[in-house]
Design a protein. Sequence first.
Length: 222
Amino acid sequence: MAQPLMPHATASWLVDNTSLSFQQIAEFCGLHVLEVQAIADDTAATKLTGRDPVRAHELAQEEIDKAQANPDYRMVMSKGPEQVRRTKGPRYTPVSKRAEKPDGIAWIIRNHPEVSDGTISKLIGTTKTTIAAIRDRSHWNISNITPKDPVTLGLTTQRELDAAVAKAAKAAGTEAPVDSRLEGDRAALIEELRAQRDRINAGEVEPTSPFGAFPDPFRPRN
């Protein structure tokens, strides 16, 4: 699915100027819902300057109106200019963010030591030499480095970080850590699904899915 040219800045504008849900904004911008939550709570390292997707011809106002009226509606991006993506070389990081790379590296090393230097290099867009210096605390600025979540710093996305951690855990033969920040929502969803299953077993309701009712294979067809 096409995504805005500047997803974080677009999400910031949508948070400030619409009543869309975090999930709607996350899906349109291609972000994790927790990233949108961080933007809304101003927990990111710096306040993002919003980018109006309507003026950028990436989203029609009619799409926003439909989504605000219906929380289940998912906005469709307007056809915009072709986005130029780098296929080789290190990840580009804005100049304003480069000084924060050591903090993001330190956070990954502290919280996910199983992630290799090569993977961190790709996630953050840095060199293995810098990562090694932070690991053995020989970095020239080590006394001023404070571990900070690279996602909230805007150095990587939650999806990329989760994928890297899961891959490293699998290679190490361990179980990847589970994000418990939405544990309450997961528990509520599980409880709701169990209650629905019980009603189905009791014959009170028809089995359903997000795409409608499941057909009964034993019911005669007309």
